[in-house]
Design a protein around this ligand. Sequence first.
Ligand SMILES: NC(=O)c1ccc[n+]([C@@H]2O[C@H](COP(=O)([O-])OP(=O)(O)OC[C@H]3O[C@@H](n4cnc5c(N)ncnc54)[C@H](OP(=O)(O)O)[C@@H]3O)[C@@H](O)[C@H]2O)c1
Length: 292
Amino acid sequence: MTKPTLLIIGAAGNNGLATLDALTQKHQGKYTIRAGVRSEEKASSLQAKYPGIETCILDLDKPTTLAPAFSGVDKLFLIIGNNENREEQAQNAINAAVVSGTVKHVVFYSVFGSEYESILFGKQFRAGEKLLEKSGLAWTHLRTIFFQENFHGWADGIKQGALYLGVGEGKFAPLNIGNIGEIAANVICGEGHEGQAYAITGPELLSGPDMAQIFSEVTGKQVDYVSPDETTVLNSLLDSGWPQWQAKGMLELFALFASNQAAMISPDGEKLLGRPLTTLKEFAQSNKAAFV
Ligand SMILES: NC(=O)c1ccc[n+]([C@@H]2O[C@H](COP(=O)([O-])OP(=O)(O)OC[C@H]3O[C@@H](n4cnc5c(N)ncnc54)[C@H](OP(=O)(O)O)[C@@H]3O)[C@@H](O)[C@H]2O)c1
């Protein structure tokens, strides 16, 4: 019998790779996996890493590239990257899925709290969710929170003894990307997920000082928590090359964390993973070399 075909868009990104790892290691043979990337170079590198998969070149900003990529696709995992036009890109992908006539189910990568549409990132992803819900296709939303892997971006400060994170007194539950990949693969290959919006957080609510303490324990050096003011955070993001829209979006996210509006642990991630989620301490221990 022919296997159904799964198309992953955003396949060469952090979450795409984590999902490909899980699909190829734990769900071998369930789908013909087609990884959608933007360049031949990325296609070759994915093909070398995952010999059993197909690759295709597509660009969510160029709708004409989508029809061939969707040929014979039964299921889509749609991961939209760090782009200001996320809504338009979602619309292009969903249109292509509908026009294909073969796609039955779309798993949509979204963000925790998107249903409140209170900040830019939430609005962008909720707009995509709404388009999908109206499309007539079966859908599942995976709403993920701040990644543990983001701490690599704060590694220089941690090495010098300070965790500069502008979340004031707020707490939130950082989430491991490896866990997300496994959860996504379980949802893609499992049954009964249609019409579900899953909130995926990490396993523990942590304040800035809690996180600094974890890095102190793991590195064996004192790491102090410092919450810079908004202007300092904005300038530091802009200096690091972030575009204005994204840096401002990040400030909104930090303000939301600071006001404890995202101070929640959802049970969905552990249920979908089938075991306890990775803690920040476990992440820091596995990546200790990056922080000492
Ligand atoms: N950082 C966080 O804590 C956090 C939390 C929740 C959600 N998110 C969001 O979740 C999403 C996935 O995160 P991630 O870390 O996996 O992102 P990522 O590593 O940046 O991967 C995004 C992928 O999208 C692809 N892409 C970008 N523009 C495209 C286009 N026009 N057409 C087709 N593909 C395109 C990129 O392709 P190339 O490889 O060719 O560039 C890349 O492979 C992002 O939007 C991220 O902002 C982030």
